[in-house]
Design a protein around this ligand. Sequence first.
Ligand SMILES: Nc1ncnc2c1ncn2[C@@H]1O[C@H](COP(=O)(O)OP(=O)(O)O)[C@@H](O)[C@H]1O
Ligand SMILES: [Mg+2]
Length: 273
Amino acid sequence: MQPGQRTDAFRPVLRGEGNRFDPTARAKPILVFENVHKAYRADAPVLRGMNLEIERGEFVFFTGPSGAGKSTLLRILYAAELVDEGRILFMGRDIGRLTSTSIPFLRRNIGIVFQDFKLVPNWSVLENVAVPLEVLGLPQRLIRSRVGEVLERVGLAGRGPDLAGTLSGGEQQRVAVARAIVGEPALVLADEPTGNLDPQLAVDILGLFEDINDTGVTVIFATHDRSLLDIRPRRVVVLDEGKAHDVPHGLDEVAEADEDSGDQPGVAVRDVA
Ligand SMILES: Nc1ncnc2c1ncn2[C@@H]1O[C@H](COP(=O)(O)OP(=O)(O)O)[C@@H](O)[C@H]1O
Ligand SMILES: [Mg+2]
């Protein structure tokens, strides 16, 4: 994105509370997971001592079978769930210890995209994308120009007045991406964002997240769709048995390691790495 004058005017308005985060946070990983445990039921833990670091500006796939805990992990990141044990540092701050007044600040730094778009179908595209800025009470003129810029970035220039529900699935997901990035978050979370789209549209949407990542935004893209992981080399983190494992040599090695190691695939993956 070209940082035009309007965008320059936009940032200070949005970042008015920015100094509430530790100024040294820039040099730290954007996310650190330390021994994270999470169970909805005591006899079926989802996360069991998960450790992971994500640097600023990374693009990371979270993968693993249905039920592995991908969505749970993302919900913990935007403070919709609490961890049972361990901690997650976002820009150096423990998400689990944020006070209720700090949680909105966390969410302002995170954009989220879901599989089912979660748009209001009888609102215009413009109204849907403007929501995060309306919440901040920004002036209407600023909101309009900012939303216009973002719609252009996602390939929907001029579609602002259309009702969201009248757009195609791929277009609706572009609207959702626009809404996720309109507030210039440091981190974008996508939970199976291509799950409702056919394969070519899925690749297009992945490309959109890559464009966002190229502007310096950290992206976590949760998917169980292996075909997306193979498109180009990317950091791939597999959630397995409640732990996170980097798979630097691709998913095929996980399958091979699985076969070798019986019921402890996670350990084998780490040995491979
Ligand atoms: N709100 C919830 N209450 C109880 N169990 C849940 C809840 N959300 C998820 N689970 C369970 O936690 C496990 C992980 O789910 P989820 O995080 O949705 O996995 P994924 O996104 O990888 O498919 C599953 O067994 C799921 O049934
Ligand atoms: Mg899920």
